[in-house]
Write a new protein. Structure first.
Length: 339
């Protein structure tokens, strides 16, 4: 069957999406980016993937987050992206900010994992083939590798940028001291690290508490938050238990054992608070992350257009009162001092 031609919505930059500058750089990201870790692999319906991606672009979400091994199976989210890019987005390439990464297990043998120069450079070449792109906008070291000299991993990022295969360099999930080293190393080679990717959500605030957010901001870099909805736990998805078709029901990176009595207590209280603010829990959870002005963008995962439209509304959340912020802390950390 011949696929209908796609033409992006003319009002895509006038429908309310706001853009934040990444540190001291020319990168401007939409407050919501679309993440392709789950839901865009070979096991997922291509028509749905395409619909979500087009809806994103039509609503000003020009930032797409990939990694070599997103799927399942590994590499297939990049293939899906490449398919949709070729059919729909190629004329809009210069408007798009496309990220990929390497650092987790991808292919067998000693060079298909971690942070060697050999792995990072070979993996990016493979990502470009799968996506059909000439270059990505940012290439991340996906994780810190304590066994490979940091200089080797970082010099690979410098050389990748100098080769033109990525425009910018980034790091993800690096601990504080290594982050400090990376920021300095890359800046001194005129390839500044312009984005740090870490998990930040109402439950998991380690990047704030460990000083990473401050370090990133102080270095003139931006921060993108992944899993802002704690993979769905900070939505009403599991408020009555495991729902059919959910990430947990599919056994993908969430386990039913996470649905403890304490979890149900928290999620119900958070849900009530969200409803009292006139929004759903997913919207409030995203609004909470974006309330931190050090955050450049939140990367959301979605298995439907309606989830993505919640995310877009979440970026337009009403301001939080001091009392509401305190209430969120006391729901999540009942025995800890509020932050
Ligand atoms: N750098 C890294 O190491 C790293 C690690 C993890 C993620 N990431 C990036 O961050 C992206 C987002 O991570 P994530 O998928 O864990 O994000 P998330 O946004 O915390 O969770 C996404 C899941 O939440 C559920 N959901 C979303 N909106 C909802 C709504 N309105 N109502 C109910 N449920 C809703 C969906 O679950 P169902 O699928 O069950 O519907 C969705 O798949 C990834 O795709 C990836 O690009 C990066």
């Amino acid at each position: 069957m011949i696929e209908a031609l796609y033409r992006a919505a003319d009002n895509r930059y006038d429908c309310g999406m706001k853009y934040r500058r990444s540190g001291r750089s020319g990168i401007l990201l939409p407050e919501i980016s679309l993440g392709m870790w789950h839901n865009f692999g070979e096991v997922d319906p291509l028509s749905r993937s395409k619909e979500i991606m087009r809806y994103a672009f039509d609503h000003g979400i020009c930032s797409f987050d990939l990694a070599n091994n997103y799927g399942p199976g590994y590499g297939t989210a990049e293939e899906t992206f490449g398919y949709v890019f070729n059919k729909s987005f190629r004329p809009y390439r210069d408007e798009m900010f496309i990220a990929t990464k390497a650092g987790y297990d991808m292919y067998p043998g000693p060079y298909g994992n971690w942070g060697s120069r050999k792995y990072l450079i070979a993996s990016l070449d493979q990502s470009l083939k799968r996506t059909g792109l000439d270059y990505v906008d940012i290439f991340y070291s996906h994780r810190y590798d304590a066994d490979t000299p940091l200089e080797e991993t970082l010099q690979a990022l410098v050389d990748i940028v100098r080769s033109g295969k990525a425009l910018y360099a980034g790091i993800s999930r690096w601990p504080l001291e290594a982050t400090r080293f990376a920021m300095k190393y890359l800046r001194e080679r005129d390839t500044p690290c312009l984005l740090y990717q870490g998990r930040l959500n109402m439950i998991d605030r380690e990047v704030a508490e460990s000083g990473i957010l401050d370090e990133v901001e102080g270095s003139g870099s931006g921060f993108v938050s992944f899993s802002p909805l704690a993979q769905g736990l900070l939505t009403d998805r599991y408020i009555n238990g495991v729902t059919e078709g959910s990430r947990m029901s599919l056994g993908r990176s969430l386990k039913p054992s996470q649905l403890t009595d304490e979890y149900f207590r928290q999620v119900k209280a958070l849900n009530d608070l969200a409803l009292s603010r006139g929004q759903n829990l997913a919207e409030m959870a995203l609004g909470w992350v974006l309330n931190d002005k050090r955050v450049t963008s939140v990367i959301v995962g979605c298995s439907s257009v309606s989830q993505l439209s919640d995310a877009i509304r979440g970026a337009d959340s009403p301001e939080f009162t001091a009392e509401e912020l305190k209430m969120i802390d006391s729901i999540i950390f009942p025995v800890r001092k509020t932050l």
